[in-house]
Design a protein around this ligand. Structure first.
Ligand code: ZN
Length: 156
C-alpha cells in the first residue's frame, strides 16, 4: 500500500465526470488500498477516486470503524427529510460549509469483485455517500453551500 497525493479543490480534474469501472482487477484493488491508506492518513471520512487523480466511479467511506468500498454507485432512494450540517472535504483543507443533504439514502453499488450490493446510510454516512458521489460527477461541496467558511477564521 502507498499513500497518494490528494488533489487540491482548484484542480480541473475534480470538475470532470468519472467513468464507470468495467474491469475488477488487481489495479482496482491497488487503487482501493491506496485510497484507504490515504484517507486514514488524512483523517477523512470519505475519499473519491478523482481526488487522487483517477477518473473512475469509485469511492470509499467510513462506516463506524470500517471502510466500505463503492464502485459504480447510484443513489436509488433518498429520504424527504433533509439535514443541513457542516461539511468538509479533503481537497479543501481547513474549509467547510453548511450543506443540505438527505437524512438517509440507499445506494446500489458493486464491491471490489464486481458483486452488486445495496446499503442504506443515515446521518453522517448518508452525507458522506452524497458528497463522494458528487465528486464522481465533478460537483464539489463549495457549489452547494451559501458560504465557504474556514477553521482559521473561527479562532479569531
Ligand atoms: Zn470531498
Amino acid at each position: 500500500m502507498a499513500t497518494r497525493n490528494i488533489l487540491n479543490g482548484s484542480e480541473d480534474i475534480l470538475r470532470k465526470k468519472s467513468r464507470e469501472v468495467a474491469v475488477f482487477d488487481k489495479r482496482l484493488h491497488q487503487l482501493l488500498e491506496d485510497m484507504a491508506e490515504t484517507m486514514a492518513e488524512a483523517n477523512g471520512l470519505g475519499l473519491a477516486a478523482p481526488q487522487v487523480g483517477v477518473l473512475r466511479r469509485v469511492f470509499i467511506a467510513q462506516n463506524g470503524d470500517k471502510n466500505v468500498e463503492f464502485i459504480n454507485p447510484n443513489i436509488v432512494w433518498r429520504s424527504d427529510e433533509t439535514v443541513t450540517e457542516h461539511e468538509g472535504c479533503l481537497s479543501f483543507p481547513g474549509e467547510y460549509g453548511y450543506v443540505e443533504r438527505p437524512q438517509s439514502v440507499t445506494v446500489q453499488a458493486q464491491d471490489r469483485r464486481g458483486n452488486f450490493f445495496e446499503m442504506t446510510g443515515e446521518g453522517i454516512l448518508a452525507r458522506a455517500i452524497c458528497h463522494e458521489i458528487d465528486h464522481l460527477d465533478g460537483v464539489l461541496f463549495v457549489d452547494l453551500t451559501e458560504e465557504v467558511l474556514s477553521f482559521e477564521e473561527d479562532d479569531e
